[in-house]
Ligand binder design. Structure first.
Ligand code: RUB
Length: 269
């Protein structure tokens, strides 16, 4: 029994560390699951050190031990259901929605809207180097949502409606962290937000408020071989995984508190 729990615990940690489990919400849920197998101070320490750019993981692990696990678990669905209803109201018929990477908060809300009869399309990036965008495309396609995949560097053309591509009407991005000055999300998010702002396309951040943090977060740098495995010697490689998106590019945050401006969201968290 002990051994099998230990194995499960270690597997979850490995899967979080290796990005097999990805996205802020999934990571936080999995961390909570593993903590419940071994609710000790040592487990907390191990879990907290896994992903430095993930305040939601930090929040749930800090709550665990003080608040019943079930209560913490319930928050994920409670927040997602509220978010789904808000996103449903935001989406207009024939919208073309642009998203990036894989965000469960975004994907779940889009699928909810589709199931409730909204007709829209999604444009999506590959999200190199780990191609989380393919996961998004597969899930949306499976739900019957028309989806078009672009390489990351096509983002300007994809958003602006050039070369016979229809112009995007809304950008939905997830978030790993919400801070006082903006959000942190997958690398590439800032350039998407900047181009969208230039093109007068509204950018909505679809994110559970538990991603809010007052801490200064460090930005994860990931393995270099994700970018170029067996690269020739003497070529420098950098692999920043996340970046900051200034609030000036963001029209609103869609959380369990509703569709709020940045200023109004900060009053609630
Ligand atoms: C995932 C990513 C997602 C946020 C929000 O990056 O940037 O947009 O984590 O996701 P990675 P969610 O794949 O490197 O973890 O809505 O699922 O919390």
């Amino acid at each position: 029994m002990f051994k099998s729990k230990k194995r499960q615990f270690n597997k979850i940690l490995r899967d979080i560390k290796s990005i097999k489990i990805q996205g802020a919400r999934n990571i936080a849920k999995a961390a909570l699951r593993s903590y419940s197998l071994f609710p000790t101070k040592q487990s907390k320490k191990m879990l907290l050190s896994l992903r430095p750019t993930e305040p939601m993981l930090q929040k749930v692990i800090s709550l665990a031990g003080n608040v019943p696990i079930l209560e913490i678990q319930n928050h994920f669905d409670f927040a997602q259901e509220k978010i789904n209803k808000q996103v449903f109201r935001l989406i207009k018929s024939q919208d073309i929605i642009f998203t990036h990477c894989h965000s469960t908060n975004v994907v779940n809300a889009l699928i909810y809207a589709k199931n409730k009869g909204k007709k829209f399309e999604v444009y999506n990036t590959e999200t190199r180097p780990l191609y989380q965008g393919r996961k998004t495309s597969r899930e949306l396609k499976k739900a019957g949502i028309p989806v078009t995949q672009f390489v990351d560097s096509a983002v300007s053309v994809a958003l602006s409606g050039e070369q016979g591509i229809k112009k995007v009407s809304k950008v939905f991005l997830g978030a790993d962290a919400i801070t006082k000055k903006g959000i942190i999300n997958k690398i590439g998010s800032e350039v998407i937000a900047q181009i969208a702002k230039n093109q007068k396309i509204p950018v909505y951040i679809i994110a559970d408020s538990w991603k809010f943090t007052k801490k200064n977060l460090s930005f994860e740098q990931r393995k270099l071989n994700e970018v170029w495995n067996n690269a020739p010697k003497n070529i420098k490689i950098k692999n920043p995984a996340f970046e900051f998106v200034d609030k000036k590019y963001i029209k609103a945050i869609v959380s369990e508190f509703g569709v709020l401006s940045f200023k109004d969201l900060l009053k609630r968290v």
